[in-house]
Design a protein around this ligand. Sequence first.
Ligand code: GUN
Length: 293
Amino acid sequence: MNIIDGKLIAEQIKTEIATEVRKMIDNDINPPHLAAILVGEDGASQTYVASKEKSCKEVGFTSSIYRYPASTSEADLLKAVDFLNEDEEVDGFIVQLPLPKHISVDKIIERINPKKDVDGFHPINAGRMLAGLPSYLPATPFGIMQLIERCNIETEGKNCVVLGRSNIVGTPISILMSRNSKHANATVTICHSKTQNLKEITQKADILIAAIGKPNFVTSDMVKEGAVIIDVGIHRTPSADTKSGFKLCGDVDFLNVSKKASYITPVPGGVGLMTIVALLQNTLKAAKKEIYQ
Ligand code: GUN
């Protein structure tokens, strides 16, 4: 069994990005600037935005965070999006999800200029991805594709089963894995809450991507011997073994599933770190106008 070292791969990519940023600065070009809009006090969102800021610093990007209270109106948040759309100093930005219930996520995302939509959530970027045109890829699926590529995992003609059909992970990763391109070309099945005989399907997976949002959902009886396991979940669960009284786990029962897997991503230290790196890569592309002029 091989553990897919997301930390190591993320560090390698960050070093590559930092080298490019250094070259930009040496040529009197401003370093890439990533901004984030954070609404409310959601703990996971605060952590995520803080690690984005830290990663930006590490690679030499400029970063800024715009914080708004949970009571912010939809109209005011749309204005905040307009402001960043217009700000020529900002190459790309994200609106951290989830948003408070009184705000329409779809309306906010549709307001983002697709050229600055480094999360790849705008329908124009989603549509371009579907059509195989250059676009910003959503960060988690983009990160997973790079883990697979950098570990030289064979995907062509393999059965890939995706658990979960969210717009952020399940749906886009199923499209990327089935594309006619190197390190893809898999035969993909998407499973969701209405799927019947789930275990029969997962047992046939050569590559199993778990993005279902349930702690330790994937157990070893659901997994084929030698399967590649990509765990997108991250959950804080009570634990008697740690000082804090909590530990992190994924959607996969790592201890038992790892005994059958050929490759597996750990939690933490797997997919999560790649998500942030993929966002940095998208921001670098935005600064270099690689996708749009
Ligand atoms: N919330 C959880 N994951 C993400 C992400 O990739 N982008 C944004 N904007 N919000 C998130």
